[in-house]
Design a protein. Structure first.
Length: 310
């Protein structure tokens, strides 16, 4: 038998294994959150693209974040809904790899963009005189390309790491979407390379990003506390508050899912799956809301689009 014959023609995704009776009810919040994510991010993109006053570094990064959110949620949620509604639970082997690739790629790209946004806030507060020369449109475009290139380089090897494995006909996956370790665990061979590669890339991409974001915020807080005016301190904190909220929303469920998946062996399997769905649903839904609520300029422009007031 060659290796291709040991790969399943398709995977059968079970959804929330153990909670099959609740699939219809679970589909309601999933669908509502996904619709909110689509609507919020498309409105945000439309406003930033059409309003020339928003063609500034912070808002351009926010547009990149909206694109990453749309890819992240759209790569996973439609299939999850089709499973919950019993429309289609099958996914071909190569379609599964494609879904896995774009899900993880958009996650790493979003992490990179959040790091760039933290550096943007650091320069704006700690070195405001250099801000215009550091964050030119050319630099922002290069940062966007670097985010895509970094994500691609991290995720491309996983396709070959999964294709090399024999699956011996194992095709039942207790999940709502395909992810790297979820596919690898179906193999009937040693997956140590996959485990260590997944662990290393998590620590060296989003893990390093979190550390650097933390360092940037420590430096920002030091600079804020040195300001003599109380109003200036509050204004500086206000410019960072929305970004800090987005960071917490993005990384908290993602890392909680990552560590419970690898070390929380006593955690019920449906909890693992629920956490894995939260980190692809919650940030795309909440990010536009957080920035619209926290940023006065965006709030005004969104209101103009929604209510047609000029």
């Amino acid at each position: 038998l060659n290796q291709t014959s040991l790969q399943p023609a398709f995977f059968l995704l079970l959804g929330m294994a153990g909670l099959e009776d609740l699939h219809t009810w679970l589909s309601i919040p999933f669908c509502l959150m996904y619709m909110a994510a689509l609507l919020g991010n498309f409105i945000l993109l439309f406003v930033i693209v059409t309003e020339e006053s928003l063609h500034q570094p912070m808002y351009l990064f926010l547009a990149m974040l909206a694109v990453a959110d749309l890819v992240l949620s759209s790569s996973t949620v439609p299939k999850a809904l089709s499973i919950f509604w019993s429309l289609s639970k099958e996914m071909s082997f190569h379609a599964c790899l494609t879904q896995m690739f774009f899900t993880h790629l958009s996650f790493i790209a979003e992490s990179t963009i959040l790091l760039a946004m933290a550096f943007d806030r650091y320069v704006a507060i700690c070195n405001p005189l250099r801000y215009a020369t550091v964050f030119t449109h050319s630099v922002i475009a290069k940062i966007g390309l670097a985010a895509i290139a970094r994500s691609f380089c991290v995720m491309f090897p996983t396709i070959f790491l999964l294709q090399r494995l024999p699956y011996c006909g194992h095709s039942i996956m207790p999940h709502t979407y395909c992810e790297h370790m979820g596919i690898a665990r179906l193999a009937c061979a040693d997956i140590s390379v996959n485990i260590w590669y997944g662990f290393a890339t998590t620590l060296l991409s989003p893990g390093v990003d979190v550390v650097l974001i933390g360092v940037s915020y420590v430096l920002i807080l030091q600079a804020v506390f040195r300001l003599s005016s109380k109003d200036a301190q509050l204004k500086a904190v206000g410019t960072c508050s929305s970004h800090a909220c987005v960071i917490l929303v993005f990384y908290t469920p993602a890392f909680f899912s990552f560590f419970t998946h690898r070390f929380g062996h006593n955690v019920p399997h449906h909890v693992h799956i629920l956490l894995a769905n939260l980190y692809v649903l919650l940030p795309p839904m909440l990010n536009p809301i957080v920035y619209t609520m926290k940023n006065k300029l965006i709030r005004e422009k969104v209101s103009q689009v929604l209510f047609r007031t000029r």
